[in-house]
Design a protein around this ligand. Structure first.
Ligand SMILES: [Zn+2]
Ligand SMILES: [Zn+2]
Length: 294
């Protein structure tokens, strides 16, 4: 996991990495298929910017700090992948330069990170909640938190101090970051804190260590809304690129990119096609011979 509190990392170095790159023709075929699909939704005048020809791309192999090795492509061969920004999977937000997501079964829980900057806002409309409580809550609590009318909430994208981006629900539809955090009055926070301390003492398993520390910090800060620290769901899977190896152009210089149908078939494909043609020829020879005899 990347940690904003950790020391400055040594710069990633070019080096020979174990294993081999994927076959260039396979990668090219995949890119062309993907790009043809993408171009159906993009005006041709914008293709150079949003869906470039394959001859623009340079291939790299990179090693991450989880030791996994993966392949990346960059427009041009000048800037190494460790100095570029990559996106979280599934059209996710841009990660800090030189990071990639790589999920492992033993990735830790999401940590709390402080909000460093507010970005854009959007509204989401929700239907009324069902009357029946969902599984995760009992009926009394549900009666208190249930929305019996359709409602709209505002969400702000916030950059956390780890450089990752999370959605934060606003305390009110009209709230904006310049309004500042809303605090609960001091006397009420004191009451809440005493009540919460009593609850924790009577049931030490009430909250996980992480949640208990978060609640303590928020009570000490006056129970601010929105919370100035948020869970970062990217941190557990974000890895740094620690080394890279140059892999060559996706379309070797001097070779014109060939459309999909003209890409050179593999030896196995050609052999299979030859066997089929030979079998067909043999079949025709037998038919001819039978006809002559008949
Ligand atoms: Zn990994
Ligand atoms: Zn993070």
């Amino acid at each position: 996991m990347t940690d904003p509190a950790e020391a400055v990392w040594p710069p990633p170095s070019p080096r020979r990495l174990p294993g081999r790159a994927r076959r260039r023709t396979d990668v090219l075929r995949e890119y062309e298929k993907f790009n043809a699909e993408r171009r159906r939704r993009i005006l041709p005048v914008l293709w150079p910017f949003f869906s470039p020809d394959p001859d623009q791309y340079f291939r790299w192999r990179v090693q991450l700090d989880c030791t996994c090795i993966t392949e990346l492509m960059t427009p041009g061969d000048q800037t190494p992948p460790s100095e570029r920004q990559w996106h979280a999977p599934g059209d996710g937000e841009a990660l800090p330069p030189g990071q990639l997501c790589c999920r492992h079964d033993d990735d830790g829980h999401a940590p709390y990170r402080k909000i460093a900057a507010w970005r854009d806002r959007r509204e989401i409309a929700f239907p009324a909640d069902p009357v029946e409580p969902p599984e995760w809550v009992d009926a009394d609590v549900w009666a208190l938190i249930r929305h019996d009318e359709p409602h709209t909430s505002a969400f702000w994208k916030a950059t956390l101090d780890c450089g990752h981006v999370e959605d934060v629900v606003a305390p009110a539809l009209e709230w904006k970051p310049d309004d500042g955090l809303r605090l609960v009055d001091t006397a009420r926070v004191k009451e809440m804190t005493e009540e919460w301390e009593r609850l924790c003492a009577s049931d030490p398993t009430l909250q996980s260590e992480r949640e208990r520390e978060h609640t303590r910090r928020m009570l000490a800060a006056g129970w601010p809304m929105p919370r100035p620290e948020q869970l970062c769901y990217t941190c557990p899977h974000a890895r740094r690129i620690v080394a890279y190896q140059r892999g060559g152009w996706l379309v070797p210089r001097g070779l014109k990119p060939q459309p999909e149908s003209q890409v050179q078939p593999s030896r196995v494909t050609l052999e299979r096609r030859l066997h089929r043609v030979e079998a067909e020829a043999e079949h025709l020879r037998v038919q001819l011979a039978e006809r002559d005899e008949g």
